[in-house]
Design a protein around this ligand. Structure first.
Ligand SMILES: NC(=O)c1ccc[n+]([C@@H]2O[C@H](COP(=O)([O-])OP(=O)(O)OC[C@H]3O[C@@H](n4cnc5c(N)ncnc54)[C@H](O)[C@@H]3O)[C@@H](O)[C@H]2O)c1
Length: 306
């Protein structure tokens, strides 16, 4: 069994800048001998042209908007003509939600924003897999990227939590179908927060980065290279028996049940005083309802605009 990717070909979707996780994955695969055909979104054309220049391991690059069947079908038609032959790997590193959906409570998400977020971030894995499978070599591998907000509540991640939860379920569905049909493996990496174009669109992102560094077992953030090395593992023969799995690449943050330094966080150790007793909620009255009781009560979101 060899871990070399010499002679292997990858389809990579999701490079928008040199910060993109997909770009780190592509470079890692290339370092192990693979060549890549890239699918890029039109709005990032000028950035990717710079990036893809003078990279002999990039066979070519074609526009692909995963929001429409027409664009994805067009990508695969052009790829068949310009870069014929089968592939061994496909990377889906795509996520998007309209800013209006990220900036407001989920309860006010419009149907249109919901549809956009789930079509682009989740259904696109189905669409790309459906088009990739006919040109995928038996024993190939597919990889997507997800985030902890699919499993736990993460403030600010909003509609993307539902989109990533759907993606994680699709990871299992597609693993079964692709495994039975062609021995193709399908896995997903749950990456810790990383400063990228998409990451920076999440409200409170800098605070999330700081918190992860404080609270994770490795006491640091992860970076694109951390994710790329695990992507190489899952896409290569090293993971020949692994499919349908979710691998956390998050400096261990996801194992934490209680944050470190909890006493300090609660302001007890610094003050040297016994912990303040928890506030006993008063019986709800019209003047003191559960929604308005307590110092941390959120502004009302049902029935009236903040
Ligand atoms: N950055 C993080 O903190 C983080 C953490 C966990 C998971 N992820 C996931 O990693 C993946 C890559 O994101 P990233 O952080 O590298 O950011 P990025 O902004 O570099 O990449 C997101 C990509 O999605 C593409 N995209 C969006 N809408 C598209 C469409 N309609 N058609 C085609 N492509 C489209 C963009 O062109 C871009 O290349 C995403 O799935 C993201 O959700 C990111």
């Amino acid at each position: 069994m060899s871990s070399s990717l010499k002679g292997k070909r990858a389809l990579i979707f999701g490079v928008a800048s040199d910060d993109s996780i997909a770009w780190a994955i592509a470079q890692e695969l290339a370092a192990h001998g693979a060549t890549c055909v890239m699918g890029y979104q039109k709005r990032f054309l000028s950035r990717v042209l710079q990036l893809f220049k003078d990279k002999p391991w990039i066979e070519g690059y074609l526009e692909c908007d995963v929001a429409t069947e027409e664009s994805v079908a067009g990508f695969f038609q052009q790829a068949a003509q310009k870069h014929p032959g089968n592939f061994d790997m496909m990377v889906h590193a795509i996520g998007f939600a309209p800013a209006t959906a990220l900036q407001d409570e989920v309860v006010r998400t419009t149907e249109a924003d919901w549809n956009t977020a789930l079509t682009v971030s989740s259904y696109s894995l189905v669409r790309l897999t459906r088009h990739t499978m006919p040109v995928m070599n038996a024993g190939g591998a597919i990889l997507s990227l997800t985030y902890l907000g699919a499993d736990r509540f993460v403030p600010g991640y909003r509609v993307m939590s539902a989109a990533k939860a759907a993606l994680q379920e699709l990871n299992r569905e597609l693993a079964y179908t692709c495994g039975r049909e062609k021995q193709v493996r399908v896995n997903t990496i749950s990456a810790g927060p990383i400063r990228t174009l998409a990451g920076s669109g999440v409200p409170g992102f800098s605070t999330i980065l700081d918190w992860m560094k404080h609270a994770s077992p490795l006491a640091r953030n992860v970076n694109q290279v951390d994710v790329a090395k695990s992507a190489y593992f899952l896409l290569s023969d090293l993971a020949s028996g692994v499919t349908g799995q979710l691998l956390y690449v998050d400096a261990g943050y996801s194992i934490m049940g209680v944050p470190p330094d909890l006493d300090k966080l609660l302001g007890q150790a610094a003050a040297g005083t016994p912990p303040a007793p928890p506030t006993t909620p008063a019986a709800p009255t019209p003047a003191s309802s559960p929604a308005s009781a307590g110092p941390r009560a959120q502004p009302l979101i049902f029935g009236q605009k903040k």
